[in-house]
Ligand binder design. Structure first.
Ligand code: PEP
Ligand code: MN
Length: 676
């Protein structure tokens, strides 16, 4: 009998859930206070580094710390993925704390600051201003309707700082703000990136179907264009700021009128969220800058950015000369915007952001050299950079430095594959896929199922791929099958599952694109577009992937010569896309013992003729999982920059290419063999 019918007997045995939850809360608080203690030690380290003039960032130390934590994680049976991600973030934050601390020592602390922003509490400018002034004790606000008023408030001394949005990942540079910065003597003293999530807000009870009017700031409207274009008979009313649109519709109190604003605004004005996250891109970020009348020096060991605005003379090549100065001085440029000059629309103003501190003599002399090629140059400011990428750990079992094969890198006789061919200088192209470098000294490993078949299948395989130390997840979704009756793939649903697995396990993903009309949509969803062997000479498809800004994995055709493979690559390069990875996957010969014959020779030959990275797919060459290991070793021996193998949780049940798919254990064995 179940005890629930008998009230006297309903108390379960053991500790009550409330007690257990209390225990969890206590542990969480302990974690928080440990993190705080870690930060105070980090600040003391910062003082020490400043004294001894040691650089703050030390990649080998970061790598060592993360590897040690990973080793310890094993002893505690903790998920290695969680631990590596956690410590990547902890280390990145520790750096941020050190920079902030050093910067404070340099600039002193302000206990009270008056800040001008466009908008009211709950606006994105308000959030940006809070993160730009983390140590300030008391903030007063000057709330403005327009960007020009923010600038005026700072210029006239009514505010110490002005906070302005300068660019957005979806809608681009905010021209009006750039124009404002030009006409003043203000200087940029800080930057911050704020993730912007737009929601559709209405008075309680509002329904999407009943809406007639939507209020929104023009920037917000632009960032939600796709969502808005699907609404019928709705009028958009432009407003001056996001949070005020919300305030306004709370006052109007009409269920047919909604506003685009953030969740904070909904809470602040008692509104309902009719639709969450309506911005076109989920990674919608806005970069804000803080401006002030007086510059704030940036400590020497804090990474800094400098913003400059200039015009060049009308001579041909003048801009190239400017850029060349920075290139020769090895000063990275991280931004270049151009705007027509208001008084003379035929003259362009160029806004540049460079990595470096204007107080650094090296940067100062480069800027002086640049001046000689410009007709106008003003430094808008030097400020601490927020572009701190977390250090990415190389998983311990990842194959190491196996590429030692040196091929004779001489240019080949003139051929029509001009862009794919190695030039006189003969430098190798490194194709970067979200931090994974194809074409360098590290062997890159792509692994995953032939086809994405189900959520369980792709998630469990992604986990194994991650744990094995492989770098990229593959999975076919539109399968080019020899027979029309074979499984054709899950299509877009498969692409979504693959992308989701990539997000969860933090792995870049690659999938095959089979039709020119799929390219754009696919490029938005995955990290690498694969052109399959059967499509190597689908010229319409090659031209289409040549137009997008996503790396392409180009597989050699079943009966294609090396020259034809390079000509196919040429189609992509000629379209503008320079990130092409070549893949040898076995060719048809008279030999029938294996599915195909792996042309190992192609690896050094391609590397001699082309600067592009070359990887090998032993799975499709072999057609038989027992042959995958030896062929993989042969490919590595021949100097391949990477491998792509198929893996399946239960190869016998696979809907495609089961016989050649490695089991999860098989992948782990291959990875340790490669590392050994
Ligand atoms: C694949 O990699 O999924 C594939 C179909 O390979 P290929 O185009 O080399 O046959
Ligand atoms: Mn396959």
């Amino acid at each position: 009998m179940y005890g629930i019918l008998d009230s006297s007997n309903s108390e379960p045995e053991g500790p009550r859930i409330d007690d257990l939850r209390q225990e969890v809360d206590r542990i969480d608080n302990e974690i928080l206070s440990l993190l705080a203690s870690r930060n105070s030690v980090a600040r003391r380290i910062a003082d020490n580094k400043s004294l001894t003039r040691t650089p703050f960032r030390d990649d080998s130390r970061e790598q060592k710390v993360i590897l040690e934590r990973l080793a310890a994680a094993k002893d505690h049976s903790l998920n290695p993925d969680l631990v590596s991600r956690l410590w990547e973030q902890i280390m990145a934050d520790s750096l941020r704390v050190q920079f902030e601390h050093a910067q404070q020592a340099e600039s002193g602390t302000n206990s009270e600051v008056t800040i001008a922003i466009q908008g009211v509490d709950g606006s994105n400018s308000h959030r940006a201003a809070l993160s730009l002034t983390p140590t300030v004790e008391k903030r007063s606000w000057v709330s403005c309707d327009r960007f020009s008023e923010v600038v005026a408030a700072v210029k006239e001394g009514r505010a110490d700082l002005g906070v302005l949005p300068i660019e957005n990942t979806t809608s681009g540079a905010i021209a009006e703000v750039y124009d404002q910065l030009l006409d003043t003597k203000l200087t940029i003293v800080g930057e911050v990136k704020v993730k912007v999530v737009h929601c559709l807000l209405g008075v309680p009870g509002s329904q999407l179907a009943d809406l007639k009017t939507i209020h929104g700031h023009p920037q917000a409207v632009a960032q939600c264009a796709e969502f808005l274009s699907e609404l019928k008979n709705v009028e958009v009313v432009y407003t001056t700021d996001t949070a005020k649109s919300a305030q306004r519709i709370a006052e109007i109190n009409n269920p047919t009128v909604a506003a685009i604003a953030g969740q904070q605004a909904a809470d602040l004005f008692g509104l309902d969220v009719i639709e969450d996250e309506i911005n076109t891109r989920t990674s919608n970020q806005t970069r804000f800058v803080a401006v002030s009348l007086t510059p704030v020096p940036v400590a020497e060991n804090v990474p800094a950015k400098t913003s400059v605005v200039l015009t060049v003379s009308n001579d041909a090549g003048a801009l190239a000369k400017v850029l060349d100065v920075f290139a020769k001085a090895s000063i990275p440029l991280v931004k270049l915007e151009s705007r027509p000059l208001l008084e003379d629309p035929w003259q362009e103003l160029f806004y540049l952001d460079l990595e470096g501190n204007r107080a650094d003599p090296h940067v100062a002399s480069a800027l002086a050299a640049v001046k000689t090629h410009t007709s106008y140059l003003r430094i808008l400011g030097t400020y601490p950079s927020t572009d701190l990428r977390p250090h990415r750990v190389e998983t311990p079992s990842a194959p190491l430095q196996v590429r030692e094969i040196a091929v004779d890198r001489k240019p080949s006789p003139a051929s029509s594959a001009r862009l794919a061919e190695r030039s006189e200088q003969g430098r190798d192209t490194i194709v970067d896929v979200r931090g994974v470098a194809f074409g360098g000294d590290q062997l890159v490993m792509i692994a995953g199922p032939c086809s994405v078949e189900s959520e369980d299948q792709v998630m469990s395989t992604a986990r194994v791929v991650k744990e094995s130390g492989a770098n990229v997840l593959r999975g076919g979704c539109f399968k080019p099958r020899t027979s029309p009756y074979s499984f054709q793939g899950l299509g877009w649903e498969g692409v979504e599952l693959l992308a989701e697995a990539g997000r969860i396990y933090d792995l870049p993903v690659v999938t095959e694109v089979g039709a020119p009309e799929h390219v754009e949509r696919m490029a938005d969803m995955v990290d690498v577009l694969q052109i399959g062997a059967r499509n190597m000479q689908n010229f319409a498809l090659l031209s289409e992937v040549g137009l997008v800004n996503k790396p392409v994995l180009l597989k050699r055709g079943l009966s294609a010569s090396i020259d034809e493979l390079l000509q196919a690559a040429e189609y992509i390069l000629a379209g503008g896309n320079q990130r092409v990875i070549l893949c040898e996957r076995g060719i048809r010969t008279f030999e029938t013992a294996a599915r195909n014959t792996l042309d190992v020779t192609a690896v050094p030959v391609l590397q001699r003729r082309s600067h592009l990275p070359v990887i090998v797919d032993p799975s499709h060459a072999a057609g038989d999982r027992d042959l995958v290991h030896p062929l993989a070793m042969a490919a590595v021996g021949a100097g391949a920059h990477g491998l792509m193998v198929e893996v399946h949780p239960d190869p016998d049940q696979a809907l495609s290419d089961g016989p050649q798919s490695l089991t999860h254990d098989g992948l782990a064995r291959l990875m340790s063999r490669l590392a050994a």
